[in-house]
Design a protein around this ligand. Structure first.
Ligand code: FES
Length: 268
């Protein structure tokens, strides 16, 4: 009797598989990276110090709400401004379609990889994204709008990063902040929710000028959307490094090299 490959690989025991490749490296990398990143973020936002230096602001503290609510921060000086904004990128990333795939596999083990036995407990508890808490994942489309606004602030910080006390110039930090803004933008605008806003619920792509325009937008966005997983990780790395860099310069551990236009090199 003929048995196909999928049947040979099917198993109900956690981690059991006929696969002989190193399938466990991806879930292991995802778990360790996200755990270390989360611990770092928690530490960085509770510091409430060394998050700005010269014209640079840590992306974890963006937008800087101290100027919007001065009375609040005067009354509660221990309050980290990051607490008021960081929930936006965390909620956006936590409800991201790619992130769901990553944590369903790596944290919930349902299953940990293709053709590898799943966690029976997690599989039995999971009832789809129809009940609390997983039903909250549908809020992603609204977090997309907030994340898009956040990306605009990151570009504003990039523009600010050219203006030093000594005059206009460009520093290593300017480049670091710019790379963070670029990859955040690529991550946000490769989102599936943006793809849906562009051409979702459209039955005809050629019925009118507006429909054609939406179709063109959808086709172009598809080029970004194909690489959404890569942008997820690249933007995580660049936002992480931007905070580390600014923190190290602010605390005096590293010197930022700046070129002031018309004057030459100096350091921050
Ligand atoms: S699907 Fe990943 S950010 Fe929207």
């Amino acid at each position: 009797m003929a048995v196909n490959a999928a049947e040979l690989l099917r198993t109900d025991e956690l981690g059991k598989t006929e696969r002989n490749d190193i399938w466990w490296t991806e879930p292991l990398l995802v778990v360790s990276t996200l755990v270390i990143f989360s611990m770092y973020v928690f530490w960085a936002v509770t510091q409430n110090a060394n998050f700005e230096v010269g014209p640079y602001l840590s992306p974890f503290y963006s937008p800087d709400l101290r100027h919007t609510f001065p009375a609040l921060f005067a009354q509660f000086p221990w309050l980290s401004p990051a607490y008021l904004v960081l929930w936006i990128p965390l909620a956006f990333r936590g409800t991201c379609y790619y992130a769901r795939r990553a944590y369903y596999r790596s944290f919930f083990l349902t299953p940990p990889a293709c053709s590898v036995g799943p966690s029976q407990t997690a599989s039995e508890l999971y009832e789809g994204e129809t009940k609390f808490p997983f039903v909250l994942l549908h809020l992603h489309r609204y977090f997309f709008i907030l994340a898009a606004i956040l990306a605009i602030f990151h570009w504003k910080h990039f523009m600010d990063a050219f203006f030093f006390e000594q005059g206009m110039g460009v520093g290593v930090g300017t480049v670091v902040v710019g790379i963070d803004a670029l990859f955040l933008t690529l991550y946000v605008f490769s989102c599936h929710s943006w793809r849906h806003l562009l051409a979702g619920k459209l039955n005809c792509f050629t019925c009118g000028a507006f429909e054609k325009m939406r179709h063109t937008g959808w086709k172009n966005q598809s080029l970004l959307n194909e690489k959404h997983a890569q942008y997820f990780w690249l933007s995580l790395a660049t936002v992480w490094f931007a905070d580390v860099y600014i923190r190290m310069v602010a605390s005096g551990q590293w010197r930022d090299v700046i070129y002031i236009f018309g004057q030459g090199f100096t350091t921050l």
